[in-house]
Design a protein around this ligand. Structure first.
Ligand SMILES: [Zn+2]
Ligand SMILES: [Zn+2]
Length: 389
């Protein structure tokens, strides 16, 4: 298409189409291209770009943090803001791990003429949950009905239950599950199980697993999590019982894998990888790194190893989790100071989370891990999720 026939409508269309199909990066590149060619963005364009940003799953590490800033700048520059653009930027910030900034914008919205909608509240509650703001969470949740006449849907309840459980308020979380007019979805139960694992609540963890298996019988990660919880508490018999149940019902765990794109090649790693051509170098790199990590105060957390693995050998296996391998490979093959992005098909494990925080400090690198649940931007020894995930 020549410039002569390109007009605002066609630019807006293209940007919207890319955005709606999850190609956030492409949408934002098109937007930059549009600006370079002298087209000025109108309210419609900006809305599309922001919504592409909110739903983007393909932003890569070296650009991602820049894109967040860019989207925020776009939003600040908008003269005609509306509820939709507010919702887009808030959802984008919350999704990309900038919960505090998302909440700041919500406050801005409260002081403006724009009303918070059902969609805003989902972002708001998940931002509260990621920053551990219980009181604010309750205030927003209660105001939905009282002030905005919005009936909370399952997703709102689910966010609220997640917020409570992450903060160890398990009684309140259970009360809400009983009181809510819906049944909690498998996603809701899964995040509850995650909180139970983090805080060692075996009883509720078992209930969550039962509910998950009832709703999706082939789900293999829930029973694995529960069996690891039992094992880490020394309840071997309980752990074995769950493993037997999985064997009997032929529930198989989806193998965890992590990958990193370098140049145009995608390098995939599974735990204790043997087939990658450079895996020996990776293991050596991690061996050297683990010494530096120990000096920096890292202690391997064997609770994340399998029951039979709580030995020295188990520690090595812990060191060879797929996300650590992919991160190491990224560090070995990029220039100093360059940020890296690793993807994982399951949730990141607690020991890897801790290890990568320390690696980010030792190497002075920004390391982003996109797991099945969210973005983790590690830098300088901490993670953007604030250890809530
Ligand atoms: Zn791990
Ligand atoms: Zn994190």
């Amino acid at each position: 298409m020549g410039d002569s026939v390109r007009n605002h409508v066609s630019w807006n269309c293209m940007i919207a189409v890319y955005g709606q199909h999850g190609h956030g990066r492409k949408a934002m590149e098109l937007f930059q291209d549009m600006a370079r060619r002298g087209f000025t963005a109108d309210a419609c364009t900006l809305a599309s770009v922001l919504s592409a940003f909110a739903t983007a799953k393909d932003l890569v590490a070296d650009q991602e943090c820049g894109k967040v800033a860019e989207a925020k700048m776009l939003f600040d520059r908008m003269t005609e803001r509306n509820t939709v653009s507010y919702n887009s930027i808030i959802a984008g910030l919350a999704q990309h791990g900038h919960a505090a900034e998302a909440l700041k914008l919500v406050e801005g919205m409260l002081n403006s003429e724009y009303e918070l909608t059902e969609i805003t509240f989902i972002s708001v509650l998940s931002a509260c949950s990621h920053t551990g703001k219980i009181d604010e969470g309750w205030d927003y949740f209660n105001s939905m009905k009282q002030k905005y006449e919005i009936d909370p849907c399952e997703e709102h309840y689910s966010c609220m239950i997640d917020l409570l459980a992450r903060a160890r308020k398990f009684d309140e979380a259970e009360e809400l599950i009983t009181k809510m007019p819906f049944s909690l979805s498998p996603v809701g139960w899964t995040s509850l199980l995650g909180a139970c694992r983090t805080h060692g609540n075996m009883e509720l963890g078992a209930r969550a697993t039962k509910e998950i298996l009832h709703l999706s019988p082939s789900n293999a990660s829930a029973p694995v999590v529960l069996s690891n919880m039992y094992a880490s508490a020394g309840k071997w018999e309980e752990a074995a019982k769950i493993r037997k149940l999985m064997r009997d019902q032929d529930i198989r765990k989806k193998p965890g894998c992590s990958w990193i794109e370098l140049g145009r090649t995608v390098h995939i790693f599974v735990a204790n990888e043997v087939s990658h051509p450079r895996i020996k170098e990776v293991y050596r790199f991690l061996e050297v790194m683990s010494e530096k990590m120990r000096l920096a105060g890292y202690v391997p957390d064997v609770r994340w190893a399998l029951a039979k693995d709580q030995t020295e050998e188990g520690e090595v296996r812990l060191r060879h989790h797929s996300e650590k391998l992919a991160v190491a490979f990224g560090l070995m093959n990029t220039k100093e100071g360059e940020p890296i992005l690793v993807m994982k098909n399951l949730r990141i494990c607690g020991d890897c989370h801790n290890a990568i925080k320390i690696i980010s400090a030792i190497t002075h690198r920004e390391i982003t891990v996109r797991d099945a649940h969210r973005f983790h931007c590690f830098s300088d020894g901490s993670c953007s999720c604030g250890d809530y995930w």
